[in-house]
Design a protein around this ligand. Sequence first.
Ligand code: FAD
Length: 510
Amino acid sequence: MRQDLIQRVVIVGGGTAGWMAAAALGKLLGRMPEMRIELVESAEIGTIGVGEATIPHIALFNTMLGIDEAEFVRATQATYKLGIEFVDWRRIGHRYVHPFGVYGLDMLGVEFHHFWLKARSLGATVPLDAYSIGASAGMRGRFTHPRPELPNSPLAKLGYAFQFDAALYATYLRNLAETLGVIRTEGRIVNVLRDANTGHVSAVRLEDGTDIAGDLFIDCSGFRGLLIEQAMGATFQDWTDWLPCDRAVAVPCALGGDRMPLTRSIARAAGWQWRIPLQHRIGNGYVYAGAFLSDDEAAATLLAHLDGPPLAEPRQLAFRAGHRDRAWIGNVVAIGLAGGFLEPLESTSIHLVQSGIGRLMALFPSKNFDAAEIDRFNRETAREYADIRDFLILHYKATERDDSAFWRRCRDLTPPDGLREKIAMFRANGRIFRDQHELFPEASWLAVMNGQGIEPQGYHPIADLLSDEETLKRLNHIAQVIDETANTMPLQDAYLRELGCQPAPLRRVS
Ligand SMILES: Cc1cc2nc3c(=O)[nH]c(=O)nc-3n(C[C@H](O)[C@H](O)[C@H](O)COP(=O)(O)OP(=O)(O)OC[C@H]3O[C@@H](n4cnc5c(N)ncnc54)[C@H](O)[C@@H]3O)c2cc1C
């Protein structure tokens, strides 16, 4: 057996990040001899508690943990999510869906959307959403699981994620992690002790004087970055110039008239409002730029746009777009908000927790803490943040809105080089390239570039190998199959009931 094995892992923080890390480490490392995984959290400090919408990758995390999906959906009051509906983003009155999954059917080795662009040049007006089973079913409130065993059905490539109650999710993961042997300690950390020779963190000291020692520390302490920033001095890569929203106000409300399997994002004067329908309530929030809107105005706008009565006092949150230049320093690895934050426009934070855990497991260190491995972790983390950043900026940059100072500022911003190239290539000939390992697939870029109104001047020349008549015929057929398939899918509420859930009744919105 190696003599340099890590044997004590300490996770600082019991929010979504801390308990996701605890469950994953418990599952993957728990059986290693002498391994002790400990989590410290402080009820007095609390969690951020607002991360409720996810992307499809979370299913992989659940599978890795051996989670039974129906049980998980029941326990977290979850609903299914087929994508995000963007309202008023391109211009007031306009809406589109960014669905998970694919559009149409690739033909002649060329992506479907080139044929759609060609059809448009011939005068066809069917919107892109009609070629997505996710968008079509989502807008009708319908859901079923993908059917990969039916390769000719649009259901074969349906993509889905979850929307859940963040507090119930943390409880669910805590139960799981504790079953897997993770030890939980309640207490407020008041001091971080460091080894004088190595500079590594040796222990965290609690208010009652207890020291919790470790070989490896995972900082899941949220925005404050208790270990990574306050002890290890990590600096922050600040992207506020590109993503000016730096505040949010959140409030849950009673259910309204629908429970579509979509997260809704409604553009407002100085940012955007989220609406996440769950089984028992709706999660809402207004993400805004403090330079353009006061907290009181934001709260008043949010409260004026709820489906039902608020169920709690509105909660104000402040943040900065960006990430730690180094998420791993010495024996401290930051995961979750301690590592960085990008606004929840595409529901990516929980995924960043998941991918951070995945990277840590791939590079799980020995007590020697190899510098090259740490560099690799930090490079890949920074790249992942930058890729997501560019996708988010696209939503703001490509807009026709000029009705407020905020939107004029967004339209006028100079995008990062990679995004500029992506927009230019799409605008010229509808080309979309996904850089290596990039999180969002081509279909996502297509959804948002098209949805935000970037008009390609041309399309792939191979699309002309199909005659005009044949192109229109095939597209009509695809749209028809998707329409019919969407209509045969169960309503989400009926589907949830089949899983043993008891979604609360919807109420008529006045
Ligand atoms: C407005 C907003 C909306 C969001 N929406 C989404 C979304 O829709 N989808 C998504 O994927 N993500 C979303 N997120 C992000 C998501 O909420 C977080 O990524 C996720 O909750 C992880 O948070 P965390 O665990 O890193 O931090 P926190 O929840 O802040 O947890 C920090 C933990 O550290 C502990 N702690 C801190 N200091 C000490 C101390 N001194 N002693 C002991 N314990 C301590 C606290 O007690 C707590 O347990 C959103 C974030 C914001 C701000």
